[in-house]
Design a protein around this ligand. Structure first.
Ligand SMILES: [Fe+2]
Length: 196
């Protein structure tokens, strides 16, 4: 079975697995309901060199993990905020959720377009996120704002490192990350102004 092209039939068993092969392709062995014996091969050829692809895929995967966690953290605070400024903070937090979710999709699909499998699983996010642990329970509005300012600040700092790292290897990915940072910095500004 060659590294590139089409679909082959084989003896795949168990849960789906992904096997990295040369050039950013993956072989996916599927076993729907324990009955399939087909081995599917999906090939997405990257225009980047292996070295550049390694840098860019690390940046995109890191951005994906941070953005998925940011959406979760913003929802957690959205549900738990209490206090006189409840309504404005509650609603503004959903803007962060929408921004983070939209950008996570863009970032993941940029990775896929380069032949890199995006990993947005909960376990991957839990170990890879740059956002600190959000305290459980109700949170007063000022503390809620401080929490989301800290979370946004952590993600923005890492996003700017990724922007610097991807400029030469892949300006297209860098452009995606610049858009992400711009929107996050807008939210960062507005939440800082809330506690000003
Ligand atoms: Fe809501």
């Amino acid at each position: 079975m060659g590294a590139w092209g089409g679909r082959a039939v084989g003896g795949g068993r168990g849960a789906a697995v992904r096997l990295p092969v040369e050039g950013g392709a993956v072989i996916v062995e599927g076993c729907a309901g324990g009955r399939s014996t087909e081995v599917w091969m999906y090939v997405v050829k990257s225009p980047l060199s292996d070295a550049n692809l390694a840098t860019v895929s690390e940046a995109l995967q890191g951005a994906l993990v941070d953005l998925v966690d940011l959406a979760l953290v913003a929802k957690q605070i959205h549900w738990n905020v209490v206090g006189p400024r409840f309504r404005s903070v509650h609603l503004q937090l959903d803007e962060v959720v929408s921004t983070a979710r939209a950008h996570s999709d863009t970032v993941a699909e940029r990775a896929a377009a380069l032949g890199v499998s995006p990993d947005g699983r909960a376990a991957t996010v839990a170990v890879g996120s740059g956002i600190g642990v959000t305290p459980e329970g109700w949170v007063d509005d000022s503390a809620a704002v401080r929490s989301i300012v800290d979370a946004l600040g952590a993600v923005i700092a890492r996003m700017r490192e990724r922007i610097a790292a991807t400029g030469e290897p892949d300006p297209v990915t860098q452009d995606v990350l610049i858009q992400v940072a711009g929107d996050l910095e807008k939210q960062h500004w507005m939440f800082q102004a809330e506690n000003g």
